[in-house]
Write a protein that binds this ligand. Structure first.
Ligand code: 1GP
Length: 228
């Protein structure tokens, strides 16, 4: 069974984007708690397998965040299924996941599968547009967090600002409402200081895009594990 409760820092790698082999080695040996492979656009099985074959040579746990059922592969430690809570199109809360379980059900080891309650907060993010999200206010977000913990009993609530740095006050407001469900923050973390601010309230911070734009700074964000 997955024990992610101690994960403070996670890198997210996008199969549609490129790092050098040397950079990938550095990500895998950085001391991050896990690597999530995931993205929104142009996620192909080839891209997923390329990353998996590289990361698998290291000990770090590797997770596939399932966004395209045609790019699902065995060989990951865990599979995270995003349920987009603020999607107005039910397809992204229920239907794509249903289709994937229907197709792959007989092959799935459900001990490796966890659902993430996603709340996408950046209207410019590809995932926001794709899932036709509605922008929730603070009370809405807190209600989503409570539903995630008390109604759906999901292991993760993911406050997703993908591509932009989010509102730390909102994260702070969510914090007291989640005791069992792990609070994940992701979006616009470029520096250790960015990571530190969010890690004050999030159980886990996710660093993605900055690996592709400012690798040196991004890799240093792992140091929050020592200082928080
Ligand atoms: C994306 O939350 C992650 O799903 C990380 O966001 O790419 O903006 O770092 P960034």
């Amino acid at each position: 069974m997955l024990d992610s409760s101690t994960w403070r820092h996670v890198f997210k790698l996008d199969p549609a984007k490129a790092l050098t082999d040397e950079q990938l080695d550095q990500v895998c040996t950085s001391g991050t708690d896990a690597i999530i492979v995931g993205g929104t656009d142009q996620i192909t099985l080839d891209g997923v397998l390329d990353l998996l074959s590289h990361i698998r040579r290291f000990e770090v746990p590797v997770v596939l965040e399932v966004t395209n059922k045609d790019a699902i592969s065995p060989g990951f430690d865990y599979y995270f299924i995003p349920l987009v809570l603020n999607a107005t199109n039910k397809k992204w809360m229920m239907d794509v996941q249903h289709e994937a379980i229907k197709t792959f059900g007989p092959m799935i080891n459900f001990d490796q599968v966890s659902a993430e309650g996603y709340c996408i907060m950046n209207p410019e993010a590809k995932a926001y547009k794709k899932a036709q999200c509605r922008l929730p206010d603070k009370e809405d977000v807190i209600a989503y967090a409570k539903m995630t913990e008390h109604v759906f009993h999901l292991p993760f609530f993911y406050l997703e600002y993908s591509g932009t740095y989010g509102d730390v006050e909102l994260l702070k407001a969510i914090r007291p409402h989640l005791k069992e469900t792990q609070l994940i923050y992701g979006g616009g973390i470029y520096t250790l200081a960015d990571a530190e601010k969010m890690a004050a309230y999030a159980d886990t911070v996710v660093v993605g895009n900055s690996l592709y734009t400012d690798f040196k700074q991004a890799i240093k964000t792992v140091q929050i594990k020592q200082i928080t």
